[in-house]
Design a binder for this molecule. Structure first.
Ligand code: ATP
Length: 378
């Protein structure tokens, strides 16, 4: 049986004069799930979140929380709470007073407040810290208190506006995992906005990838990574090597593409309904889908041979990244660079800069999409 929906929007639009900041967005968020809206700066995610919170009225479309329309319902009457990047904890109040603030405004009795504050502090794994001052807390603890302060009001939806953005890198890595665990533990539906694809992939059950006011794709992190449906998603989610070119022929599931920088490779025509012979396309290949062979004799080039794509080039950079090696290989003629990630301890741990190598990858790892009109060459 599928979970009931805590949030459902259909064709939601927000116009600022004649500019559509949010452009016909539809989404469904099941109860108890972690849903992220991922996109670059200016794509409209804050505007969308503000509509969910009630700080901004949609121009058109529907917005239901737990099956009830929220159109015209003011923020304080919605079963929603928001956690901001700057947390907005009150420095003059201790932890318990911060958490109790919203309950006091709702005129909850003091014995009930004490019980709920104690309970929520346990739920965010900070029992007994009610009498601490805010400046006695670490960055991660402040984060949990900010979330506790929202959770204590028992919202249907917790909206999180880039809450990890102000933390340093190490704490952010730690908090990603902690926030995901916290959400699973408390069971509240989280709607999280971020421009950081690794945050979205690690934490979410479902992610909506947004660009220019529109949703490009909604899916599980695995769907987005392994089956991106648009060039934007293929390039924005995870790392990818990219080429541009023109479709020369299509046969069955394969399309032959002549590359703008020279050479020809084949792509899986998963999207063949969306382009024809002569179409301009963008191609994407994940760095971990490529294998390296040593090659001493041939000139640099990209080529389709023996049923596989190949690229002969020279090692331009070797970057050690903990468990993996990151190898950048350049075609000296076109100057096109390809990134390959390899397990650190593989047969190629002794690669040298400048060494000529042959890269090989499968056609079905090469995804082709119609070229976006406003994007430059590869
Ligand atoms: P960021 O990650 O930088 O916060 P975002 O994805 O949250 O970006 P929004 O803040 O939603 O993007 O803005 C989307 C677009 O709408 C931007 O082009 C922005 O300039 C525009 N915009 C946002 N609010 C208003 C407003 N009140 N009036 C006019 N334009 C606005």
């Amino acid at each position: 049986m599928s979970q009931p929906l805590d949030l459902e929007c259909k064709d939601l639009v927000k116009m600022f004069d004649d500019f559509a900041a949010v452009d016909e967005v539809s989404l469904q968020v099941p109860q108890g799930s972690f849903f992220s809206i991922l996109g670059p700066s200016g794509c409209g995610k804050t505007t969308l979140l503000r509509m969910l919170a009630g700080f901004q009225e949609p121009t058109s479309g529907t917005l239901n929380i737990k099956g009830e329309s929220m159109l015209g319902v003011p923020p304080n009457k919605r079963p929603v709470n928001m956690v901001f990047q700057h947390l907005a904890l009150f420095p003059m109040m201790n932890v318990a007073e911060n958490i109790a603030y919203g309950l006091k405004r709702r005129k909850v009795s003091s014995s009930e407040i004490d019980r709920r504050v104690k309970d929520v502090l346990e739920r965010v794994s900070l029992p007994g810290s009610g009498s601490k001052t805010i400046d006695q807390l670490s960055g991660g603890q402040k984060q949990r208190i900010a979330i506790a302060r929202s959770l204590v009001l028992e919202p249907t939806l917790l909206l999180l506006d880039e809450p990890l953005g102000a933390l340093d890198l190490k704490l952010r890595e730690h908090m990603k995992i902690e926030l995901k665990q916290l959400q699973a533990q408390v069971g509240t539906t989280f709607v999280y906005i971020t421009h950081d694809q690794s945050e979205a992939l690690v934490m979410s059950d479902h992610v909506a990838v947004m660009d220019k006011g529109k949703f490009e794709q909604i899916g599980t992190p695995q769907d987005l990574y392994y089956h991106p449906q648009t060039a934007f998603v293929a390039g924005f989610v995870g790392e990818a090597n990219r080429w541009t070119g023109v479709v020369q022929s299509i046969s069955g599931d394969e399309a032959m593409i002549s590359l703008d920088e020279g050479g020809e490779i084949a792509a899986h025509a998963a999207n063949k309904g969306r382009f024809d012979v002569g179409a301009r396309v963008e191609l994407f290949v994940r760095p971990e889908a490529i294998t390296i062979e040593r090659s001493k004799t041939e000139a640099n080039h990209a080529r389709f041979e023996e049923g596989q794509n190949t690229f002969i080039g020279n090692v331009a950079n070797l970057l050690f990244d903990g468990a993996n090696s990151r190898v950048e290989v350049v075609d000296r003629q076109s100057e096109h660079k390809i990134l390959v990630t390899l397990p650190q301890t593989g047969a190629f741990s002794d690669l040298a800069r400048g060494e000529q190598v042959r890269l090989v990858w499968n056609i079905d790892k090469t995804r082709a999409y119609p070229r976006r009109p406003d994007i430059g060459a590869g």
